[in-house]
Design a protein around this ligand. Sequence first.
Ligand code: G3P
Ligand code: CA
Length: 305
Amino acid sequence: MKSKIVIAHRGASGYLPEHTIEAKAMAYAMNPDFIEQDLALSKDNVPIVIHDIYLDDVTDVATKFADRKREDNRFYVIDFTFKELKTLQVTERFNPKTGKQVYKNRFPIWKGNFKLHSLQEEIDLIQGLNASTGKNIGIYPEIKEPEFHKKEGKDLTKVVLKILADFGYKTKKDNCILQCFDAKELEKIRKELKSDLFLVQLIEFPEEVKKLPHFATYANGVGPWYKQILSKKNGNNWQLTSLVTNAHKLGLKVHPYTFRADSLDEFSSFEEMMQTLFIDANIDGAFTDFPDKVVSFLKEKKRHK
Ligand code: G3P
Ligand code: CA
């Protein structure tokens, strides 16, 4: 693995609706090291590439299947067959309550004819492109909400591990990184299911950072929210937390999320964000909606080393 990797977060999602096959093809052409797949199961056990267990933030499910919402007013991937899911139109992420798109300068809402797809379809695309281009871009699947799936009587992990193995992703050498926010599930994947894949423990809450020594007993890396690496800003300089140093001491790689050039919060530019986290904090990779910008930043840095 390269010393610093670029992970196309939901594809080239800064330019095309997230997790569409088009966003994945565009990401591929931008030369990231990995392309991400968030996964939720359909009613007939097909792993669908989608960020949430719900459909209503990125599709027209509320108009096509109005009577299929649950009591909480949400439409769940798991309540629909793969055939039904294929009839939905996918669009740029929006707030289902207001109908407004979340990132207003991105691909216009409801434009185009995008569809959902399965994990197998996406791996076919990436492996096909690897064959036709001679590149070797990896996959970075995420098991979404394993507990929810279990309550629904389904084992998402089991389905995903079988598909990964069938496509040749079995060990750390196979250009696949498996990620999950649920620590119990990821630990089980290593210790009970004996997976030899490269595993990344995602970190959502700040209090989880102190569990790094435990994560190191089964994971090869961690994926924190990037703000967990930042302490405070003094003038133009960022003070950093000890997260990256501590993780490195334990042999863990650090791949924070999410680098968005159009949502900078505390940074004055995307360049400042990349410089602070990649160079000053010495992270090992990043999830980004703008793989082209991060690839070119790292290329430039290498040249000036
Ligand atoms: O999986 C890491 C990254 O994708 C951030 O999480 O919520 O976008 O899946 P999320
Ligand atoms: Ca993810």
